[in-house]
Design a protein around this ligand. Structure first.
Ligand SMILES: Nc1ncnc2c1ncn2[C@@H]1O[C@H](COP(=O)(O)OP(=O)(O)OP(=O)(O)O)[C@@H](O)[C@H]1O
Length: 754
């Protein structure tokens, strides 16, 4: 209604204005115009006509342009100079052209300005066979595509858009593309291409700084270059490239073929080398070239570290510049040193300004999800600080005496703190002076960042971040960065942070050198299968070192006792063990060989046990990320490893979450008939209280997983199957309160304690 009133008002006011205008001649132009229209209507009419004329001209020009391009292609096909042809030449000569000219014609066509508009689906950018096959076929048409000439064609100094680049040939090596754009194309092409040689020269593993903005621009570019206007039927099809027999006569191609062969084998070799390089975690850069303190370099080299790993190389510059960063790199690739190096530099920088303060500030705070990781990082920091007098590192972790922490903080006020969130909060909330010291913080690091930003830690994290100064640098590191975490990371990071992804979108987050498989078997066979797998592995790998992950602490304890009973050389680590015990076992396992560690998820992330040969996961992990981190305990530092996931048939749904990873289904092994009796006899020796605790924990674990916890009746049935498999006659009693909390009260099969 408002708009119609407005319209009416404006038309009446313009009428008024016109009357005003034409009532009094203003000296320019007639009052009335042909057809009795007024000046404004006349003006609008002419503007419209001018626009239409302009459009017609443009259309005409476009047609001419297309015709010109077509005729040029015909001309090149005919092997005549372009100038000889006019767009409407009546007798286009389709003489066969030389192979070089043929390719040059193609390349030229796509290098013309606006050529992206000439490409359409008929040209088959993705589906068409690559111009340079790995092995040249016998057909001459394929053999005569010397990459040397193609490179010559690009040296015209013309800028190729990525869209063109994928078409012209990978042999063109468009070095001026940004890494992320090239990667995108390689990924797109990888499924259809058996070549991919050029694009893979973009280091798959090497650091990729993906500024969000740049990423977006890259994507827009791609879209632009994928324009779909067409050359239609005039386009040069691959079929036409077949060399007519006549051209063979008198021409000796043997030299050229030899050249191509040589070129291809050189390329294949380079590819192999690159592949080998990709699997190595080390980069070409040395620590003494990277601008960190010589004392740190000295400490690193005395610990045997000379070259940086790829993640270290990719992140160091960004971190040293003081930018916030979110870093994703595969497990076991040296992320700890990647954040410790800039952390030490931050301390050096802050202490060089040398303001003597009564209470020295904490300059770097490193947060980790488990005590083991915190201790490990502090140990690594101490190695790097070997020659830095006056710089210290301390841990604040649960499981130790709070008072003891306080005494250490007072007697040795160090600049770097490595902490678990819970204990850190205790200090923040209980000791005012600690919060004051935190106000000088320069750098916050979150190791295993996705886990720390997970629901379990989120509240603590929010409280901690609230107590920190806003003017600080924040670094987030993890091997897995789910989309949701990227969003939540804004809680800690500045908006304009860098995202350094050394894995690369679409690439597996696991190591190629780690063989992954899964077995599906009913619960009652799980213990027998695990024993069989261990025995088999121990026979095959003399220096074996195996980690078996269990779903919960109490199930871990049960599996440990069972395997110990069966004379396997085992140790256990889980959250129900005292910290001092955990630390001792952790150190023992780190140093040793020929040992099996049975553990819960406390060892899933961040812990560096060198040379683990096999990781077995009994039952599904809580999510995809946890699977990757557990598996990441093997195949560290670019070494080989193996991972086996053992699931019950109803857990198979989880495989969907990891279907993009290179995991294969293995058939069930042939189990020794005596094994059932052996397992049964050993199980009988285990205390019932351990089994009952395992049942409760099992129920709690699967109840907490969205997919399995939904259908309570099925869950309880499955729990009772587990119960049978561990040799319990009846499902253990549950406290009413617990059953209520878990939503299991009244579910058939649940027994409530009276
Ligand atoms: N520059 C280097 N040269 C040689 N070895 C290195 C280098 N940097 C780190 N390492 C070693 O690589 C191993 C793995 O390092 P680290 O534990 O930091 O990996 P990570 O990426 O943090 O793994 P996770 O994701 O499991 O936490 C360690 O043994 C570490 O000492």
């Amino acid at each position: 209604m408002y708009s119609s009133i407005l319209r009416r008002h404006s038309s009446s006011s313009s009428k008024l204005l016109c009357t005003f205008f034409f009532a009094r001649p203003m000296g320019g132009g007639p009052r009335t115009f042909p057809g009795g229209i007024n000046k404004w209507q006349w003006k609008r009419l002419h503007e419209k006509k001018a626009r239409e004329k302009e459009k017609r001209l443009l259309d005409h020009e476009k047609q001419l342009y297309e015709a010109r391009i077509r005729s040029q292609i015909r001309a090149k096909l005919a092997g005549k100079p372009v100038s000889e042809f006019s767009p409407d030449s009546d007798h286009p000569n389709h003489n066969p052209m030389s192979p070089q000219d043929h390719i040059k014609a193609l390349a030229d066509r796509f290098m013309k300005e606006g050529a992206e508009d000439l490409w359409n689906d008929d040209d088959g950018p993705v589906k068409s066979p690559p111009l340079l096959p790995r092995r040249p076929s016998n057909g001459l048409s394929r053999q005569i595509e010397p990459p040397v000439d193609l490179r010559k064609l690009t040296s015209h100094g013309r800028s190729l858009g990525p869209g063109n680049a994928r078409i012209v040939s990978r042999a063109l090596k468009p070095r001026h593309y940004s890494v992320q754009v090239r990667r995108r194309f390689r990924r797109n092409e990888s499924s259809s291409s058996d070549d991919g040689s050029d694009v893979s020269s973009g280091d798959e593993f090497s650091g990729r700084l993906v500024d969000d903005d740049v990423e977006l621009r890259g994507r827009r570019n791609v879209q632009k270059m994928m324009s779909s206007a067409a050359l239609g039927k005039y386009d040069v099809k691959i079929k036409r490239r077949v060399m007519p027999k006549s051209i063979d006569e008198g021409d000796d191609f043997s030299e050229q073929i030899e050249l191509i062969r040589h070129e291809l084998s050189r390329k294949n070799l380079a590819e192999e080398e690159e592949k080998g390089d990709e699997e190595s975690i080390l980069s070409q850069k040395r620590f003494d070239e990277c601008g960190v303190s010589p004392l740190t370099v000295k400490a690193l080299s005395s610990a045997g570290y000379v070259q940086m790993t790829r993640v270290q190389e990719a992140t160091l510059d960004v971190c040293l510049e003081g930018k916030d960063a979110l870093v994703k790199a595969k497990t076991g690739t040296g992320k700890s040193a990647a954040f410790l190096l800039p952390a030490i530099e931050a301390v050096l920088k802050a202490t060089s300004s040398n303001r003597i303060q009564r209470v020295p500030p904490i300059l770097v705070l490193i947060l980790c999800p488990t005590r083991e990781i915190a201790s490990q990082i502090a140990a690594e920091a101490n190695v790097m600080l070997k020659y830095h007098d006056g710089i210290g590192v301390q841990t604040l972790i649960g499981g130790t005496r709070f008072k003891f922490d306080q005494k250490r903080l007072e007697s040795d006020p160090c600049q770097i703190i490595v902490a678990t969130p819970g204990r850190l909060l205790d200090h923040i909330e209980n000791k005012g002076s600690f919060s004051v010291r935190l106000m000088g913080l320069k750098m916050l690091v979150l190791d295993e960042a996705d886990h720390l930003l997970d629901l379990g830690f989120r509240k603590d994290m929010e409280k901690i971040v609230d107590c920190l100064p806003r003017q600080r640098q924040s670094l987030l590191f993890s091997a897995t960065v789910p989309k949701e975490v990227r969003r939540i990371s804004q809680l800690v990071l500045k908006k304009e942070h860098a995202f350094v992804d050394t894995v690369g979108l679409g690439n597996a987050e696991t190591h190629a050198k780690v063989r992954q498989s899964y077995l599906v078997a009913p619960h009652k066979l799980h213990f027998q299968i695990v024993y069989h797998l261990l025995k088999d592995h121990i026979l095959q790998v003399p220096d074996y070192k195996v980690i078996v992950f269990c779903t919960t602490a109490m199930v871990t304890s049960l599996v440990f006792l069972l395997l110990q009973e069966m004379k396997v050389n085992v140790r256990e680590i889980h959250s129900r063990k005292p910290q001092i015990y955990r630390t001792r076992i952790s150190e023992e396992f780190r140093e040793s060989k020929r040992l099996v560690l049975i553990t819960s998820d406390v060892s899933a992330r961040g812990i560096n046990y060198p040379d683990v040969t096999l990781v077995i996961q009994m039952g599904i992990p809580s999510d995809r990320e946890q699977y990757i981190h557990r598996l990441g305990r093997t195949g560290r530092e670019g070494k080989e490893g193996e991972g086996i996931l053992l699931v019950a048939p109803w857990e198979e749904y989880f495989l969907d979450e990891i279907k993009d990873l290179p995991i294969e289904k293995f058939p069930l092994p042939l189990l020794d008939p005596d094994l059932k009796l052996k397992v049964g006899a050993s199980m009988d020796k285990i205390d019932t209280s351990v089994k009952e605790a395992a049942y409760h924990a099992w129920l709690g674990y699967y109840n907490s997983i969205r997919e399995t916890g939904r259908d309570k009746t099925t869950l309880v049935e499955l729990a009772n199957q587990f119960c049978e498999s561990i040799g319990l006659q009846k499902p253990p009693l549950l406290f009413r309160k617990t059953a209520l909390k878990m939503g299991l009260k009244g579910i058939p099969g649940i027994r409530i304690r009276r």
